[in-house]
Design a protein around this ligand. Sequence first.
Ligand code: CA
Ligand code: CA
Length: 264
Amino acid sequence: MTSIKFRCPGSAAKILLVMVVGAVTTPLFATDAVTNGGFESGDLTGWTRIGLGQATGSGIGVTPTEGSFQGYIETTGNLTALAPAVAASLGLSGPAIAALGAGTPVNGTGISQNVTVSAGDTLSFDWNFLTSELTELPMYNDFGFFSISGSAFLLASHDGSTFNTISPPAGFEGQTGWMTQTYTFPSAGTYSIGFGVFNVGDAGHDSALVLDAVSVPVAVPEPTSATLSALALVGLVAWGWRRRHAELTVTREVTPRRPLCWTR
Ligand SMILES: [Ca+2]
Ligand SMILES: [Ca+2]
């Protein structure tokens, strides 16, 4: 009986090992944990909003730092929300807001979304605080802030920031100008990232927080290489099966168990 066997089983094992190592050490590429962080959809897709906010272009007198759109949240008008509702939407407590030291807010707007990150990943965003309170008393200390899962961080306030009053955007007396803020996540998990702007002292005189390039770059396996590795692995298994199948076929042809034209 003729038998066909693999001549180099060691080589097959080596090929398999290379494929597995290739899959494990597949190159990584960066994607973003933030949905629509540049507001380039032209709306607030990906964000939960409470109050009055939108994506807007440079028509407001502020040029986006990335692309054609930017996020715009404000304190003016009947469509804003009362401060406790904004805080609740962002997952913030009254003490967390009070700890900012900017006063007790009256009304405003917030946007937020959840992001899933690894330890050491960094949130980065551009912001610009606009206000029309500059000629008003310090008690009207409107402010803008960002939040991370229950913790709030002050970005700017009427009393605490330096404003550029040269050619301010229409409807405002000054702007801080674009600033960049970062926050590094201490551990892996899903976090709520939020942004808010509040009126303080009363519900009058506009303030707004403009946002752009909100980003948390995260590394994930490069899909093309991973897919190729997986396909190669499948191909190797299929090749081995075909070799074994061919061996059985040949065996039957050389030593049939019964006559090829056997009849009753
Ligand atoms: Ca943008
Ligand atoms: Ca105000």
